[in-house]
Design a protein around this ligand. Sequence first.
Ligand code: SF4
Length: 537
Amino acid sequence: MRPLTVCAPLQVEARALRRGLRAANIPDSQVRVVRTGYGPARAAVSAASIAASASVADSQPGLAQSGLAQSGLAQSGLAQPGPGMLAVGGVAGALSADLGVGDVVVASRVSDGSVTVECGSAPLLAGELRRAGLRVKTGPIVTVDRLVRQGEHATLAATGAIAVDMESAPLLTAAAGGPAVVIRAISDSPGHPIVSPRTVSGGIAALRSLRQAAPALARWADAVGPRKVLLASPRSFCAGVERAIEIVELALEQYGAPVYVRKQIVHNATVVADLERAGAIFVDELSEVPDGANVVFSAHGVSPEVREEAARRKLATVDATCPLVAKVHAEARRFAADGYLVALIGHAGHEEVEGTLGEAPASMALVESVADVSRLQPADSGKVAYLMQTTLAADEASSIADAIADRFPAATGPGSDDICYATTNRQRAVRAIAAESDLVLVAGSANSSNSLRLVETAERAGTKAYLVDGPEDIQLGWLAGVSTVGIAAGASAPPAIVGQIVAALGGLGEVETKDVVVATETVQFGLPKELRQRPGN
Ligand code: SF4
């Protein structure tokens, strides 16, 4: 594979990038920094030369290495440029008020009005740079043909661009549609113009960031390549999560903001952030809810103690507990009322487990492992029952259930499976893709039990797997040499996240996607009566 070409318009920018690469021991044979000249006209000439040189390198390696390729072959017609990979690195002016000098912009799109280039892998590189300790923002960059004057920033910002430069758009034509990235470190902003007493300090801060960012370009280049993407299906939202989100949205519509939600409505950072923007306030305990406010109980359920506290305080509540979690609560109450010791197979500290245990604290015991089974002390060994958290790994939970049955042969289980249909289907789907993938990415948040179980399920199938909240969590190193990526998503992960991951992988090269379907889901749950009463619902 030919080296990554990094275009740096100015000598100081090229020097900063080379220093950063050298400090990370990245050889020129892997990443080649080319000074391309100041302004759009020089950038266009350099881009044509780079594209022709790359094309000759592919067809006649000896000639390209001699340096002849860069000395006029671009115009010779000897070779036509094909798609390549390209990076642009340099400094830029900020258009967005939340960018300061030294911050790094990774372009999601670059345009000069006539050329527009999408940089799909921007979130991947942005995440890598954040992990390297840089302050990073992703967004469009606009390329202009002269220095921006005072007062012109607002007009450019109105195009949606967050930063401005003078070379990126023409330089990106050298990629000819191949994978491309642009990193620009901010040297000036509307409040800190390019010609000001702070010009030097702004430039130094930007070049320092550029140097620090350079090694990530090598990792980006290593991750470039065409890929097959296997999409586990079913994936993303289950019926319980859809219902819970709809309940908060309808409560906001019906009661107006703010609506309080006890605990995260579902365990997903994107869902929570979206609802917060709409006016929801998430609290850990009812003590944080003011008198007279409206409160939604999350999909994971609450204990009777919480309901009693809400009633005592006369809070208006709407219950978003998933009906399948409510079913486990009902089983716990029934077994406890019949004099059973109820072993709840689940994970300590999970909200669903806390809520279920709260149904009959004196008659229930949490069992997290086979070893915990030996610690069960029923008053009557003929009266032991077991229940399960809805989001467990089926194979793990059944080995614990077997251990309970071995020790207490008369033990009785739930009437129907506690591990819900959505958990079971997503685990089957991830097993199906793991078998054919080099790597599995599971969309979901770190506190999502069912998403974590998907990672474990893929790993048990012998495939490396990682949990990611979005494309920015994907480490470029995971993708190097990987030709088939499996993507699954936990029941609380929005479907859009999967689309964003696929788009980001598409920015690294051609992607061929295939849905691997193991089940079709048609489950739907009705809304609570408080919200059903609204006309139209
Ligand atoms: S994962 Fe299962 S139990 Fe949890 S909300 Fe979804 S359907 Fe309900």
